[in-house]
Write a protein that binds this ligand. Structure first.
Ligand SMILES: C[S@@+](CC[C@H](N)C(=O)[O-])C[C@H]1O[C@@H](n2cnc3c(N)ncnc32)[C@H](O)[C@@H]1O
Ligand code: SF4
Length: 325
């Protein structure tokens, strides 16, 4: 890696381990002991970043600050402004709920290539749609290289006793979205937010319900997506301002920049530039090759996916969870 690439890698990876832990909704999910303690001191962040740099110098493997695993792109709800772009998928482009074997194969491959993953998020779509979720979570929780595990859910499907049992682990925290106020939900689906929350409390399972805690949380609209060729300056600006610049997301073995990039990768025709950027862990020749691909993934000034994203007309203050008509 040359000097410029290392500077980018430092910003997009090494410094993000600290930054991700300090994002309010993530910080509320876990007690990030070292980061929270160091944050009380003027040079705390610098010391922590040095520690992550030294780990990298020794292991030559990256720490992944945040890594989202798409359990499925399918969902029980159909939110108009979904940040996974769920309503825009078709039956053909959706990824079905993952089974345990595929999950284990992908996770094992990934963990051989990295130092550790700090925040590992099981997301979708609606992850509770996966029948093998108890087995998936039990296996994830047993992996020393996964430090914190999050399950994000819309609370339309209640957890089984088996799932509750495996979630009773301080490494796991559930991010429960509150869509109880949402009207015109179709197909007989019901939001069971209070029941879900009660089960988590009864079973002493960690959770964060930031929407309820902060009152009427509002959403923002997603960027307009179309094939385009933008200047490096615009792309760097888009990348640096994007909510997705810290969350590589894997779906069916393919790592893309974030949730929106997964949508682009699964639904649109890809340019050669994008094809070069995506990392297919199921096709990696060796763990060492995969490590290098992941390092290169972080050491770029912007993502080739940013060519498709147009952020000029983002609306804020939208009602959370509003359904497609
Ligand atoms: C994409 S959802 C997936 C998990 C689950 N289906 C759910 O809705 O909680 C992950 C998180 O993104 C939030 N989210 C979705 N669309 C959003 C938007 N347009 N603006 C802000 N947050 C959004 C959801 O509230 C949820 O907390
Ligand atoms: S519940 Fe809504 S926000 Fe969550 S994935 Fe489904 S459609 Fe998207």
């Amino acid at each position: 890696m040359d000097k410029i690439e290392f500077e980018l890698y430092k910003n997009n990876n090494i410094k993000q381990v600290w930054k991700v832990c300090r994002i309010p909704w993530i910080n509320e999910l876990f007690d990030f002991k070292a980061v929270n303690f160091l944050s009380k001191f003027k040079f705390g962040e610098k010391i922590f970043n040095k520690y992550i740099s030294v780990r990298f110098a020794i292991t030559h493997k990256p720490v992944l600050p945040y890594f989202a695993f798409f359990v499925t792109t399918k969902c029980t709800l159909n939110c108009k402004h979904c940040n996974s772009m769920m309503p825009k998928y078709t039956e053909k482009t959706h990824s079905k709920p993952i089974d345990f074997k595929s999950f284990k194969d992908d996770l094992d491959t990934l963990l051989r290539a990295v130092d550790y993953i700090n925040v590992f998020v099981l997301v979708g779509g609606e992850p509770m749609l996966a029948h093998d979720l108890p087995e998936i979570i039990k296996y994830a929780a047993s992996q020393k290289q996964l430090k914190h595990i999050v399950l994000a859910t819309n609370c339309t499907i209640l957890p089984s006793d088996e799932l509750l049992k495996v979630m009773k682990n301080p490494k796991i925290s559930v991010q429960i979205s509150d869509y109880s106020h949402v009207k015109n939900i179709k197909n007989g689906v019901k939001v069971k937010y209070d029941e879900f929350k009660k089960l988590l409390i009864q079973n002493k399972i960690r959770f964060n319900n930031y929407q309820e805690k902060r009152g009427a949380v509002t959403w923002f609209s997603m960027p307009k997506i179309y094939k385009d060729k933008q200047t490096p300056l615009t792309l760097t600006k888009t990348f640096n301002e994007c909510f997705g610049n810290y969350c590589p997301t894997i779906s069916d073995g393919i790592i893309s920049q974030d949730f929106i990039a997964v949508y682009i990768q699964r639904n649109l025709e890809l340019t050669p530039e994008i094809k070069k950027e995506i990392v297919n862990i199921r096709e990696a020749k060796s763990s060492k090759d995969l490590t290098n691909e992941i390092i290169n993934f972080y050491a770029k000034p912007y993502s080739a996916f940013c060519h498709y994203c147009h952020m000029d007309n983002i609306q804020h203050g939208l009602p959370c969870g509003e359904q497609v008509e």
